[in-house]
Design a protein around this ligand. Structure first.
Ligand SMILES: [Zn+2]
Length: 309
């Protein structure tokens, strides 16, 4: 199994753009241009394209640009064992940058491994900065490792709810935040991320999960320090964080349910007296049945505030 070939496919345009970006001002730029310029003289267009592609691929390797991906694939053997290829393509925009696992529908005669592949979307600038690329790939690939690892127990769909679109959106966001905390916690443990990463995640965590400070600190440490997190734990805390807290303290501080997202909350606010009318109007615009004296949580208030400003 381990000896089965693994394919890494780069989009030729991405390789060209990256090499040209890296070589500008590079000590070897002269020798690169010396090899590249004569290709323009070739009379046949197809031949020219082919020669350019071969040259760019060779220089891509020569400049050490393929190393980060090989390094990361070597860290987690499960990736090569459970997927058969990795495609690297140019991201259309900054928000598309990332790596995804694709799983083909069951087809007779196709093994699970043959049905799984990875697509990485990057910019030439990211591909050309080796240390940043390594950091990026470790984070992205650990997500994929979790998805492939039976111990993690990944499920592609979050539980269905009847609490409406805001609830679903918050659940998705909370799950993503917790997963990222557990990913970077493990990378930090291996000294691949600086200690400052913990503070950044703690701030995001506090802003998205309401609760008593001491309980939140305990749960945050649980996820940040967990070396084998489970999908079910991430879901459980995302859906009912209050059930993870020290009950005697937390039950007395829960104020009730937010009338917009339907999550239990520790500090509900009265929108009619605490929020500008523009925000109240925005909420009513999207939730026609909601009355401004129905209590809402800070997370929902923030969500609508960010839309108005
Ligand atoms: Zn809410």
């Amino acid at each position: 199994m381990a000896n089965e070939s693994y394919r890494i496919e780069y989009q030729p345009q991405l390789v060209e753009d990256t090499v040209l970006w890296v070589i500008a001002g590079h000590p070897e730029e002269k020798s690169f241009r010396k090899e590249r310029n004569p290709i323009y003289q070739l009379p046949n267009e197809e031949e020219r394209e082919e020669n350019f592609q071969v040259l760019h691929e060779r220089w891509y390797d020569h400049l050490g640009l393929s190393e980060p991906l090989h390094k990361v694939l070597a860290i987690w053997p499960i990736i090569k064992l459970q997927t058969h290829k990795c495609q690297v393509v140019k991201a259309r925009s900054k928000k598309d940058v990332g790596a995804e696992l694709y799983i083909a529908a069951d087809t007779p005669g196709v093994t699970d491994r043959e049905g799984r592949s990875i697509a990485i979307q990057v910019t030439p600038e990211l591909l050309g900065q080796l240390q940043n690329l390594l950091t990026f790939l470790r984070h992205e690939f650990l997500h994929i490792v979790d998805m492939l690892d039976p111990q993690f127990g990944y499920k592609p769909h979050l539980p269905k709810s009847e609490n409406g679109p805001i609830y679903d959106r918050f659940l998705q966001e909370r799950y993503g935040i917790l997963w990222d905390i557990s990913i970077d916690g493990r990378l930090h443990r291996r000294r691949w991320l600086p200690s400052s990463v913990k503070g950044g995640h703690w701030t995001t965590f506090k802003n998205n999960f309401p609760g008593p400070q001491s309980d939140l600190e305990k749960v945050f440490d649980f996820f940040f320090n967990n070396i084998s997190p489970k999908h079910e734990e991430l879901i459980s805390f995302s859906m009912s964080s209050e059930s993870w807290f020290d009950t005697s303290k937390s039950v007395s501080t829960i104020k009730g349910q937010c009338t917009l997202c339907h999550f239990p909350s520790f500090d509900l606010i009265d929108a009619s007296t605490n929020l500008p009318s523009s925000i109240v109007a925005e909420i009513q615009n999207e939730n026609p049945n909601w009355q401004s004296n129905e209590p809402i949580c800070h997370q929902c208030a923030d969500l609508y505030e960010s839309r108005v400003w």
